[in-house]
Design a protein. Structure first.
Length: 212
């Protein structure tokens, strides 16, 4: 990856965080405690998780995982609670402070862009917020997800499928056809069943079986 490409990905990360922060600023306090697509986490939990992710470099991640006994769920919960504020407004302030951060445990920036995009939709979808992420960001994440299992088993979910975005340049794979908006393809590769209704093709039944 060239420096320009890396810088471009971080710019998209910053834009995605800024967009989410703007949406969050319009939420009434009770909506911060509504469920998200992340089982067991409400809006405030997901935002705190994103703040934690934006402040965790390589060595801090290694130390945290060691202390968690290499259990990612334990690591995530501990780091999340470090960044929960006493009120939703304070939790948002803490997230606002890391919008421009360029911190990550590894150089897989597209994966961390995916984390911001996916978790943003984990919040927006249940709340009915219709903000559409940047198609350039979605395409970069879709390309990465189709090639690698990283924070989600996206490559495994997409294996044997010929995916085609109907609103952008993303194309990947061979096999049963699966088409739809890039956002729906990204969210489905991230394991979010809520987006299956936005997809068409024989590959949809395959994905449904894999997510069952």
């Amino acid at each position: 990856m060239t420096h320009a490409t890396e810088a471009g990905l971080w710019s998209l990360v910053h834009g995605a965080r800024r967009s989410l922060a703007d949406d969050l600023a319009r939420l009434d306090p009770p909506r911060w405690h509504q469920p998200t697509l992340c089982t067991g986490w409400d809006v405030e939990h997901v935002v705190a998780h994103l703040t934690a992710a934006a402040t965790t470099g390589r060595w801090r991640w290694i130390r945290s995982m060691l202390l968690a006994g290499f259990r990612p769920a334990v690591h995530n919960e501990r780091r999340l609670h470090e960044h929960l504020g006493p009120t939703p407004a304070e939790t948002l302030t803490r997230f606002e402070a890391v919008v421009q951060a360029t911190v990550a445990p590894t150089a897989d920036t597209a994966a961390y862009l995916g984390e911001v995009l996916v978790h943003s939709q984990d919040i927006r979808y249940p709340l009915g917020i219709s903000t559409e992420p940047d198609i350039r960001a979605l395409t970069a994440v879709a390309d990465f997800y189709a090639r690698r299992n990283f924070t989600v088993p996206s490559k495994t979910l997409a294996s044997g499928l010929r995916m085609t975005a109907t609103d952008g340049p993303f194309r990947a794979g061979e096999g049963a056809p699966l088409s739809g908006p890039t956002l729906a393809l990204v969210m489905t590769m991230a394991g979010r069943r809520a987006y299956l209704d936005h997809l068409e093709g024989e590959g949809r039944d395959i994905i449904i079986d894999r997510l069952s």
